[in-house]
Design a protein around this ligand. Structure first.
Ligand code: ATP
Length: 293
């Protein structure tokens, strides 16, 4: 399931009234950022640029009282490491990742980034350090330029083109008569699924966060596009701490570490080869998936 659904719901609820242009977008983002239940601590400090070393210390969390989804989760992720979460549907992969940007707060234990409890940082500065690429790419009705800049008024033309180039969008944009100023969305040019994914990737190259959360698509793209997107995502994750919510095992073989989550919490971890050799849950998941391939 898609945890980032909650913020997306908010986006959808204001989408009709969203006016064109960057001023409107700014107001829009303010609406999206409203989080009545999660607030800055009174003495919260700015995060500045984080290295991205993440720790979950004895973390518990439940959406409802007396029903913990996570219980006593311990996890340490090195700065720059790519960690992929796999496991049965409903095990809590998305939940783990959603606690980092504080879509929800832990009910027990704590999460630190670079040794700082994330609740001691301002929400805004914490989220500035985290980029999320998810399957439902949110594009608003506006130009390609505005969609890549995504509300960043300081982004220069050069930076926006650089982001487009790194996401392999350059050629496509150059072919459009209006180029970067082409309007996309409802009343504009419709982008393919793969192009939408690339827009999200371009946004992240521009945002340049030290921490990345990739909520992998469950389906949608054809194999060739899929492989190309995977390549772009691999490039995006270089030098960033990356948490991947994985749905298809083929895409996570190269993760530094694979974490198998089940009802009991973290059941196994290791790299692909180690987990295959140890013959546990991961190796069985892997077998099951490749029998159909
Ligand atoms: P999937 O592979 O299907 O995406 P997942 O491993 O990511 O699953 P989560 O989405 O983290 O699992 O869900 C973990 C548990 O929390 C499930 O029992 C789910 O029903 C529940 N859950 C998830 N989101 C919410 C929510 N917003 N409110 C209440 N319960 C939720």
């Amino acid at each position: 399931s898609n945890i980032f659904f909650r913020p997306i719901e908010k986006i959808n609820s204001v989408i009709e009234s969203y006016p064109k242009g960057i001023a409107g977008f700014k107001r829009y983002v303010e609406i999206i950022d409203m989080e009545p239940d999660i607030q800055d601590a009174k003495d919260a400090v700015e995060a500045h640029s984080l290295k991205g070393e993440i720790r979950f210390e004895n973390v518990s969390f439940g959406y409802e009282q007396n029903r913990d989804v996570l219980k006593g989760v311990d996890l340490a992720v090195r700065a720059g490491e790519t960690v992929a979460f796999v496991g049965p549907s409903g095990a809590g992969k998305t939940t783990i990742c959603s606690l980092l940007p504080r879509f929800y707060d832990v009910t027990g234990g704590r999460i630190t980034v670079d040794g700082k409890d994330i609740r001691s940082l301002t929400l805004k500065s914490l989220r500035r350090n985290i980029g999320i690429v998810q399957q439902d790419v949110f594009l608003f009705s506006g130009s390609i330029r505005e969609n890549i800049a995504y509300g960043d008024l300081k982004a220069t033309d050069e930076q926006i083109w650089e982001a487009a180039r790194r996401a392999s969008l350059e050629a496509m944009i150059q072919q459009l008569p209006e180029g970067m100023d082409t309007i996309i969305g409802e009343r504009g040019v419709k982008l393919s699924g793969g192009q939408k994914q690339r827009m999200a990737i371009a946004r992240m190259f521009l945002k340049n966060p030290p921490i990345l959360i990739l909520d992998e698509a469950t389906s949608a793209l054809d194999t060739e596009t899929e492989a190309a997107i995977q390549q772009s995502l691999a490039e995006l994750s270089v030098g960033r701490t990356t948490l991947v919510i994985a749905h298809r095992l083929a895409t996570i073989k190269n993760a530094d570490r694979i974490i198998v989550v089940d009802e009991s919490g973290i059941a196994e971890q290791g790299n692909h080869r180690d987990l295959i050799e140890s013959g546990g849950i991961y190796s069985r998941l892997h077998q099951a998936q490749y029998q159909h391939a």
